[in-house]
Design a protein around this ligand. Structure first.
Ligand code: ATP
Ligand code: MG
Length: 426
């Protein structure tokens, strides 16, 4: 039989790689907590209908990229391709109207059937942040600042924040009419994908990556020219507030989110270091989604960061793990049981303690401790075990003399002093 393999577009994250993931996640969690944003966890598997209604049939995600199947009860199920629809559903289902303001985040795997390449997988991970019930420009600014600061805290440089405004529903209806007219006239110059979108999702054509199409679009009607005074004012307020916060931005009038429920602010954060999969964060305001999904009229704005792309951008310093504080070398039956007991006691001091379970020779165990760069070791050989004591030795890089002490198993005070002076106060 052939060896079993993982599915194309999915990856195993191995312990060494996960050091960086965990460091990145820790910084993200801390930053989100500092901004009082609360976590929400929704199921990975949902009814297919949720995404058809919550993302839209005309989108690539729904029309081409979903992992959809019938379960044993003949229900159509889909592995979530994104998080916003599920968050909206969960809030509606759990009584959103009792508390209309929510600042939420989620993190986890998403699934899209796409062509795998660097920075693009079929199972990938997103961090999403959603502000539900907030309609002010200030909430747009705060959410952009949160995305920007997370990337900043991770030490990622050379990022571009691109912003655009989509206006409100009425602005867009006016634009859409004249845009579709223009598209029909210029249809033959557009790439096939864009031609197919004219009736399904015309706004998304603005986002085309095809260079010919991009060039022709330069002569198309401009959404901005159809915006009401109020929408324009909202956009200039947004820019002013970003400037006040010294968050640099670029305006990109082709940055769109193709669906009806998106409005006003759309933004992306990109990095040249990512090659063609340049977008690390995408976000926008979706004031009409919750209503469209059957909930009360609730404005909202959110973003999602692709974690694989974030990990590619985050620096090498995040690949380092805290060293083991104490490595316990032990040999002989009595020593093994004393060592087990001691390891549990030491972990109560918040120390990183590794108990050697190999049963190998003492010298092999020493080698392992060295390899791990453990800050200290405890040795319990047969002699120590019969004396009910252990040797604890600190490796001091600045000094060839390694500090060593013999402590008896019942002398907790001596042990505690040693830990405090040598491991915790460092
Ligand atoms: P793209 O244009 O790269 O396909 P998108 O518009 O489909 O992105 P969103 O749905 O806005 O992306 O998702 C937000 C972020 O999630 C993206 O900016 C990206 O960082 C990440 N992302 C999306 N799809 C994938 C994928 N297949 N593999 C890895 N990351 C992804
Ligand atoms: Mg995509």
């Amino acid at each position: 039989m052939d060896n079993l393999k993982n599915l194309r577009g999915t990856v195993d994250l191995l312990p060494d790689q996960l050091i960086k993931w965990q460091n990145v996640e820790k910084i993200i969690f801390e930053q989100l907590s500092r901004a009082s944003i609360k976590e929400i966890r929704t199921p990975i598997l949902e009814m297919t209908e949720l995404f058809i209604r919550g993302i839209g049939e005309g989108t690539d995600v729904v029309s081409k990229e979903m992992y959809t199947f019938l379960d044993r009860g003949d229900r159509s199920c889909t592995l979530r391709p994104e998080g916003t629809a599920s968050v909206a559903r969960a809030l509606i289902q759990n009584g959103i109207s009792s508390n209309p303001l929510h600042k939420l985040w989620y993190m986890g795997p998403m699934f899209r059937y796409e062509r795998p390449q660097a920075g693009r997988q079929r199972q990938f991970h997103q961090l999403g942040v959603e502000f539900i019930g907030y309609d002010s420009v200030r909430s747009d600014v705060e959410i952009i600042a949160i995305a920007w600061d997370i990337l900043g805290k991770l030490g990622i440089k050379d990022l571009n924040l691109e912003i655009n405004t989509l206006g409100d529903v009425n602005d867009r209806l006016d634009f859409q009419k004249s845009f579709i007219k223009w598209l029909e006239i210029n249809k033959k110059f557009l790439d096939i994908d864009s031609q197919n979108r004219i009736n399904k999702n015309p706004l998304r054509i603005l986002d085309s990556k095809n260079s010919e199409t991009k060039k022709i679009l330069e002569n198309a009607p401009r959404l901005f020219n159809f915006l009401s005074e109020k929408s324009r004012k909202r956009y200039s307020d947004l820019k002013k507030q970003l400037e006040d916060l010294k968050i640099p931005y670029l305006e990109n009038s082709n940055l769109v989110r193709g669906l009806d429920y998106y409005c006003h602010t759309a933004f992306e954060i990109t990095s040249g270091a990512l090659g063609s999969q340049a977008t690390v964060c995408g976000g926008g305001r979706y004031d009409n989604l919750i209503k469209q999904m059957g909930g009360p009229n609730t404005p909202a704005i959110g973003f999602a960061i692709g974690l694989e792309r974030l990990i590619l951008l985050a620096g090498k310093e995040l690949e380092v793990q805290r060293n083991t504080d104490i490595y316990i070398i032990n040999q002989g039956l009595i020593a093994e049981s004393l060592a087990m007991d001691l390891s549990r006691k030491l972990r109560n001091y918040d120390l990183f303690v590794e108990l050697d379970l190999s049963g190998a020779s003492l010298s092999k165990q020493f080698k392992k401790a060295n390899k791990l760069k453990s800050k200290s070791i405890i040795v319990i050989g047969e002699d120590e075990a019969s004396n009910k004591e252990f040797i604890i030795r600190l490796f001091d890089k600045s000094n060839d003399e390694n500090k060593e002490e013999v402590i008896s198993f019942d002398n907790n005070i001596k042990l505690e002093n040693w830990i405090n002076n040598n491991l915790l106060l460092k």
